[in-house]
Write a protein that binds this ligand. Sequence first.
Ligand code: M6R
Length: 364
Amino acid sequence: EKGGFEHFMMKEIFEQPKAVRDTITPRIRNGHIVLDDITLTAEELRRFTKINIVACGTAYHVGVVAKYAFEELLRIPVEVDVASEFRYRDPILNENTLMIIISQSGETADTLAALREAKRAGCRVLSVVNVVGSTIATESDDVLYTWAGPEISVASTKAYSTQLAVIYLLALYIGEQLGKFTQEQLSAYIAALEKLPEQIDEMLKHKENIQFFASKYFNASDMYFIGRNVDYAASLEASLKLKEISYIHSEAYAAGELKHGPISLIEDGTLVIALATDARLFDKMMSNIKEVKARGAVVLGVATEDKKEIAGQTDMVFYIPKTASFMLPSLSVIPMQLFAYYVASMKGCDIDKPRNLAKSVTVE
Ligand code: M6R
């Protein structure tokens, strides 16, 4: 049942190229995004003055990427909340708010409560769900399914990748409906999206580099992930993945926040993983890398393959292929998932069933 892999998590990491392809392919036709599954009309889309996104855990981290993508492509304000906060903060919602709910299981208690709250307030609710017929799917006005197949490992991997794919599809769909792109822009985005599965596949072939890095640092007591913009969003997911399965204390920080506190924790040998894939912010990230190196940090850099100069400032680099800037987390997360997996495996942890965690959190 694990298809020759030792754990479901690794099997599911390797299923990502196919899962992403299955999620994307039926929704791209003749150079256009076609979302047959949803009923939102262009007229309805024009009415929305705000988008709210609500989710928990890994699905929330997809929401953080979505905020960057939607605001950049659509110029509509986006708020992202974890469901347990959203429910109790008396959010400002009305019929001009598009509520997007993201959930692999479709059964998470806080996320479901947030959906009901949004419906009471008159919002239009669109959910991104993996489990067909789940409660969240049933209660939403529209559902976009991720075609990831069953995800068994508690640590979410292919759900994350397919949720991101759906978010890109939705951003491009809304953008196209609202006339936000030229035909050239739309074609370039669609080409980038269609290329993701093979790029993910290519990266999985270099898993030994990550395994080697993990073998050197799996005994660390703390790790810090830093990034800016979508690299910050990916850092949040990288840090969660590591801590949930390896039990190593880790934190994700917006790199610009370092000097507002956390840099005091950096000392000789502290491990910092710097995600620097966003070309617009590469120089800023290089400065942050120099700052932590100057205080003794060991740095793993993650950068696009055209930024070889990062090697001069880091102890090891993992290169990813280039893509549209808002799609970068789909690629940068791959070495981070593998890193968490190898560290947990070298520590002898129960990877598919980490202590204290359940696959689906159906109680508050
Ligand atoms: O089923 P959901 O997507 O609603 O679950 C949300 C979180 O419980 C889930 O993503 C959790 O954070 C994972 N264990 C992360 O790997």
